[in-house]
Design a protein around this ligand. Structure first.
Ligand code: FES
Length: 75
């Protein structure tokens, strides 16, 4: 299984994405809390971290699932 790609399974008619990231296994319901998109078809990436004004820090790489429709971040 490739990092950042979900293996989709169905359990009791509920779609679940299984992710293997950096030696860990995560299970995520394949439904975005915003507008119910299939969030497991999004990418696993990082996000912007809190920082001082005019200072931009990117981090948490491989820990954030981004919804393909509007970019909701699931951490
Ligand atoms: S449906 Fe996922 S961000 Fe809108």
């Amino acid at each position: 299984m490739e990092n950042g790609k979900a293996l989709l399974v169905e359990v009791n008619k509920i779609s679940i994405g299984i992710f293997f990231e950096n030696g860990h296994v995560y299970a995520v319901r394949n439904q975005c809390p915003h507008k119910l998109a299939p969030i497991c078809k999004g990418v696993v990436d990082g996000t912007m971290l809190p920082s001082d004004p005019c200072d931009f820090k990117f981090g948490m790489e491989g820990e954030v699932l981004k919804c393909p429709w509007h970019g909701w971040h699931l951490i």
